[in-house]
Design a protein around this ligand. Structure first.
Ligand SMILES: Nc1ncnc2c1ncn2[C@@H]1O[C@H](COP(=O)(O)OP(=O)(O)OP(=O)(O)O)[C@@H](O)[C@H]1O
Length: 239
């Protein structure tokens, strides 16, 4: 399998990227008269590289990812990125922090349908206030990285599912995030295309990023550097 390394694999990046850790992080949801323990207290330092999160449906994987992203509020504990307690930030500061430090890839590529592949990749850079010329260059560089420079002008509905997901990976990497969260990014793809997406995530992880991948695919998970198993809200590291 070819592992594609992201553009700008800045050699100095690895030691300086902020790490991610959880401290007694838990989440319960109200359910009828009682409560569901969706995530039992979980303390963990994510090692840079690719971490696969596996577990049956309803075990708590999305709950964990939503907390790691600061999309959801923990019941106990906190998420810390570098020196920043993400979960203590205001919602606005958290959104800003996410824009700068996080990238996301979802099962459905979630590209903006009226924007071309190039414009979709530019989108987070536009939000970050990058000048037009610079972000166009960066988007071209990223599309080349995922092998889609020839599709730059295509709208999402003019791309195959695998191509659209590669654009989504390019978009997620556009602002050089320290943390990349991927929720079933290969779920809708054939195994060959899934392997290609995995290669991109591995490339992103190889430059010191913390890449966290939720997957039901055991073959994909087996190729990650680190593994977390989730069962009934309990998360256990495998390595
Ligand atoms: N907003 C919510 N309100 C109440 N219960 C919830 C809520 N979100 C999740 N749950 C419950 O928490 C548990 C964990 O759900 P979660 O979505 O994290 O599982 P998952 O492992 O991601 O599942 P899947 O693989 O099917 O996506 C489940 O029992 C679910 O029903």
């Amino acid at each position: 399998m070819t592992t594609i390394h992201p553009a700008r694999p800045t050699p100095q990046a690895a030691p300086t990227l902020p790490g991610l850790r959880t401290e007694t992080l838990s989440r319960t949801y109200p359910s009828g008269d009682g409560q569901v323990l969706a995530l039992a207290p979980f303390t963990h330092t994510f090692t840079p590289g690719l971490t696969a999160v596996v577990g049956p449906s309803g075990s708590g994987k999305s709950t964990l990812l939503n907390l790691l992203a600061g999309f959801d509020e923990p019941t106990t504990g906190r998420v810390v990125v570098g020196d920043t307690p993400l979960t203590s930030l205001s919602e606005a500061d958290r959104a800003d922090f996410r824009l700068r430090h996080y990238g996301f890839v979802f099962q459905n590529h979630n590209l903006v349908s009226i924007l071309s592949a190039q414009e979709n990749v530019e989108f987070p850079l536009t939000l970050a206030g990058m000048p037009a010329r610079q972000r166009q260059d960066r988007a071209r560089e990223l599309l080349a990285l995922v092998g889609l420079e020839a599709r730059a002008g295509h709208l999402p509905n003019q791309l195959s599912g695998g191509e659209a997901q590669r654009v989504a990976v390019a978009r997620a990497l556009a602002h050089d995030p320290a943390i990349l969260l991927a929720d079933e990014p290969t779920g809708n793809l054939d195994s060959r295309t899934g392997e290609r997406i995995l290669g991109l995530l591995q490339g992103a992880a190889a430059t010191g990023r913390t890449v966290i991948l939720i997957t039901h695919d055991r073959d994909i998970a087996a190729q990650a550097d680190h593994h977390l198993n989730v069962k009934d809200g309990q998360v256990s590291p495998e390595d």
